[in-house]
Design a protein around this ligand. Structure first.
Ligand SMILES: Nc1ncnc2c1ncn2[C@@H]1O[C@H](COP(=O)(O)OP(=O)(O)OP(=O)(O)O)[C@@H](O)[C@H]1O
Ligand SMILES: [Mg+2]
Length: 300
């Protein structure tokens, strides 16, 4: 894995010196719809004090075709950060870099550097199984294992050896289901298949399964897009509660959802991180024309 030479003020992307604006107005060059990829710059400050994860110059290619261009971004502790942008702009691709899920896609190569608590997650010595427990993922479509509700939660702690006895495992299952706001609904049917739950309950089961292995970061790729408004509201409440203990990175097509659940928002466009900032600022006072066009519904 290449670790690109990097300074906070400026960075080299594809041979073009690109400035990361953290104060002041948007560069005149990037006002309006820019014509070439080299003109995309990150507006806003992508860095935080004492980040949980640091992404520097992350690029992703699928069989030589670039999908993500030199993204530098910190993931803070106890924050929800939303990733928004038009379909195909690289949100899922970038998200999958954070727990090396792209490793499973043939022809996909990742460059740049990503650290979790200072550890290079792409280091050859890193085992992806514990990494994906530390950086868990919740998908668009709830995907419970074809197992009982209990075993859906117990599976991870068993393979990671997190519970020494059956009573410890029982306690961990209960605790995870409580944290996911599902315990009261399922406590009398723990031996029933996870697949018999409603879609919203299945998604909370998947969140409980992720929590059960003590993650530090939870990645969510459109976690509510298959849910009705009531189930969505329940998952959004849960995301707010989970922020006390975890960092959450959520990809969403719903700008209302991004505004409701996140403290920071990152706007992607054609593989570039175009703007990042406090969520309120992004939605009320976007600094980049592309962000403004997207949030006002002019494209996307
Ligand atoms: N497995 C893959 N193989 C080849 N190209 C891919 C693969 N996955 C994504 N891409 C390409 O990478 C680019 C970014 O796709 P990605 O799925 O990351 O976008 P996205 O922002 O998540 O879109 P959406 O909002 O529709 O989910 C697209 O051009 C897409 O066609
Ligand atoms: Mg996607």
């Amino acid at each position: 894995m290449n670790t690109a030479c990097y300074t906070p003020e400026s960075t080299i992307i594809a041979g073009v010196n690109v400035h990361l604006h953290d104060t002041g107005d948007v560069n005149e060059d990037v006002k309006g719809l820019v014509s070439s990829a080299e003109d995309y710059t990150t507006v806003g400050n992508p860095f935080v004090e004492s980040p949980r994860m640091k992404c520097r110059e992350v690029s992703v290619d699928y069989s030589g075709k670039r999908a993500v261009f030199g993204v530098s971004l910190d993931i803070a502790r106890n924050e929800v950060i939303a990733m928004i942008g038009p379909s195909g702009c690289g949100k899922s691709t970038f998200l999958r870099c954070l727990n090396r899920m792209n490793d499973t896609i043939p022809g996909c190569t990742v460059s740049g550097s990503i650290t979790l608590d200072g550890m290079d997650i792409y280091d050859r010595k890193v085992d992806v199984v514990p990494l994906r427990a530390m950086v868990g993922m919740v998908f668009q479509k709830p995907n419970p294992f074809p197992k009982s509700i209990y075993d859906n939660i117990a599976y991870g702690p068993r393979i990671h050896g997190l519970a020494g006895s059956r009573s410890e495992l029982d306690a961990l299952v209960e605790d995870s289901l409580r944290k996911a706001g599902l315990w009261d609904e399922v406590k009398d049917q723990l031996d029933k298949p996870g697949t018999m739950l409603s879609g919203g309950q299945q998604q909370r089961l998947c969140i409980a399964r992720t929590i059960a292995v003590s993650p530090e970061v939870i990645l969510m790729d459109e976690p509510c897009s298959a849910l009705d408004p009531i189930a969505t509201a329940r998952v959004e409440e849960l995301i707010e509660e989970l922020r006390d203990n975890y960092s959450i990175v959520i990809v969403t097509h719903s700008m209302q959802q991004a505004a409701r659940v996140s403290q920071r928002t990152a706007y992607f466009h054609m593989g570039w991180l175009v703007e990042v900032g406090e969520t309120d600022q992004i939605f009320t006072n976007p600094r980049h024309k592309l962000t403004e066009n997207y949030i006002t519904g002019r494209f996307g």
